[in-house]
Design a protein around this ligand. Structure first.
Ligand code: URA
Length: 244
């Protein structure tokens, strides 16, 4: 049986408009369903069967929601916390009502790319060690990363506390800045690897995860839905697709 949804909910579900903005758009006659203007926010529509436009643009409805966030420092990668703000607190009510979860975890003081979704299967696949999804981080360090550090990262490292790290990429950008590429995601891994080399991290930002790259137009704390193209890329079924 086809799923009928309220038109205002359907638009708000895309993450592009709040429920109120969606209602206003509809009432102003800026939303069409199968070519006809519909002015009732409560009108029921089957998104799988109907073609929609809003403000002259096609609206692509998806079963799941995919949000790119530029996580700011000072916010927990969690869905709730009694004392501290979480990344979910940065989203509007409409999106918070969904079962969105961060895909992977950034430390409280780490900034950068965070994907949030209610597509549990995709999250699972992206995080599975066998998917080998590259994560690229920009790091500023105390002390200068040198060729020995690059070689140590490439060879893989066993840290003093016993943590075994697979081969990782390290690219020097300047005396106190570098790019780190990990194919795994162990607790505080970038910080621990660089600290083990005597170059503690002062600032850390994730730039990309597989084929998904942080939109630099997003200020820390800002977010947007993934574009169709990004969603398609991130959903690539094989490890190869995910890894670019
Ligand atoms: N590695 C870290 O040390 N911290 C992060 O937040 C992510 C990767």
């Amino acid at each position: 049986m086809a799923e009928q949804l309220r038109l205002d909910k359907l638009l708000a579900d895309t993450g592009l408009w709040s429920r109120k903005e969606a209602r206003d758009l509809i009432r102003r006659g800026q939303v069409t369903v199968d070519g006809a203007v519909v002015k009732q926010p409560e009108a029921k529509v089957d998104p799988a069967q109907s073609s929609l436009t809003a403000a002259g643009q096609p609206v692509v409805w998806q079963k799941y929601t995919y949000i790119m966030m530029n996580k700011p420092g000072g916010v927990l990668t969690a869905t709730e916390d009694r004392r501290q703000p979480t990344v979910l607190d940065l989203l509007p009510q409409e999106l918070r009502r969904k079962q969105l979860r961060p895909v992977g975890r950034l430390d409280k003081d780490t900034e950068g790319l965070l994907l949030l979704t209610d597509d549990g299967a995709l999250a699972h696949r992206l995080l599975a060690p066998k998917s080998h999804v590259d994560k690229v981080y920009y790091a500023e360090t105390e002390g200068t990363v040198d060729e020995d550090d690059v070689a140590a990262f490439a060879a893989g490292m066993t840290l003093g506390d016993g943590l075994v790290c697979q081969s990782a990429g390290l690219e020097r950008l300047g005396p106190d800045r570098c790019l780190v590429t990990l194919r795994e995601g162990k607790f505080h891994q970038v910080k621990r690897m660089l600290a083990a080399r005597g170059k503690p991290v002062q600032y850390l930002k994730r730039l990309s995860m597989g084929a998904l790259t942080l939109d630099e137009a997003l200020e820390p704390g800002a977010w947007r839905p993934l574009t169709e193209e990004e969603t398609r890329k991130v959903k690539g079924k094989t490890g190869g697709d995910l890894a670019k």
